[in-house]
Design a protein around this ligand. Sequence first.
Ligand code: PLP
Length: 465
Amino acid sequence: MTPPPPASPAHGANSPAARDIAHVLHPYTDQKAHREKGPLIITGGKGVRVTDEAGREYIETVAGLWCASLGFENERLVRAATEQMRKLPFYHAFTGRSHMPMIELAEMLIERAPVPMSKVFFANSGSEANDSALKMIWYVNNARGRPQKKKVIARKKGYHGVTIASASLTGLPANHKLFDLPIAGILHTETPHFYHEGRPGESEEDFATRLAEELDAMIVAEGPETVAAFFAEPVMGAGGVIVPPATYFEKIQAVLRKHDVLLVADEVICGFGRTGNYWGSQTMGMRPDILTCAKALSSSFLPISAVMVNERVFEALAEGSHQIGTWGHGFTYSGHPVSAAVAVETLKIYDEQDLVAHAAEVGALMQRRLRERLNDHPLVGEVRGVGLVAAVELVEDKAARRNYDAGRKVAARLVALGEENGLILRALPGDSIAFSPPLVISPAEVEEMVEKFGRAVDALSAQLR
Ligand code: PLP
């Protein structure tokens, strides 16, 4: 039997909070601070709202982790899962085995892809999808007889996951420090954030040109024969919701084509309507060779992710696998039938409810209302975003675009004030607060979210005075 958790001064003995503190190692959490602060325990949800154990209700402004696109209840997804569990609870995809939910989902993804794609590989998380994409790239270049073409370029502040390879692709210090990462052969180029990285007198398009030139110079310095791929989110999410300037991807892709470098679009956040189009690649004019997606693929009711590859990549992979006798990669749960059935149903719901058009519409409202309410606020440096994904960045000095000293923990204080105002908020690095609510959010709920957030920012302003 598990011993009872020790009593904590702040949390009653044997309370759910004390039991959490005693036994759970939380992801992305200051483990020591957690002993004092304790967890926020969520017990239920409905639409865009979740409820905690004390019965308090919150709007989930980031759909959990940018993922619960249909919100926190959906009978059709429950039915899809239970029916599939009864029919065939598990089968795998190794050595050519297959099942209908996976076949149907692969077909639906290929039909909806932003550019012609050939095949779909399934995994369980965004990290695994990006890891798999990276391994495909290495494998394919070995199969093509160019084993030196292996380096991969990602971007500072990009987020691609936490496995050893995907955390290496991620360009955030917290994912590298103390982990001995990044691994060799993964490089990071500048983040396309004009607000901070643009130079005085430089236009956004000049900035985009400069970043493309910097990428070109990096590839030339490394040797184009050694650079295999470039990984990019259409809109950076966890790094701060950074929307690249106009012409950025057009110029970046010209450089990639020149040096025969593959483009991987990480659509783990942007996919399935988040940016106002079905794919972020469409919003940003990307033509990827490989596309990874997860999260909204199943509205996060069950874990599943996918890697789509074009014919050129697939052909080389097929050739390699034939030489060796296998493509020695895959997860026990690749294409899990229950997750796949839920994903199929999710994509049908997106189509039937025209949720991408809805996201574009409520997204435009969210962008406008956040700017109207906060652009002139003394505490707000930038409101940015596209479609139904946005960030509000807090600054101490608006003119100098300078953030508060990290020790002041202003974003964490705003998150706490958000909770008091009925919002679950997510702070990103650089004192930015993310907005990525469920796609099903209504115009009235957008208004309520912005109004409550505005009140929380005003309260923070009063505290800092
Ligand atoms: N890629 C992007 C763009 C993400 O935002 C995330 C997670 O937030 C990942 C990859 C990693 O996904 P997971 O947490 O499912 O491994």
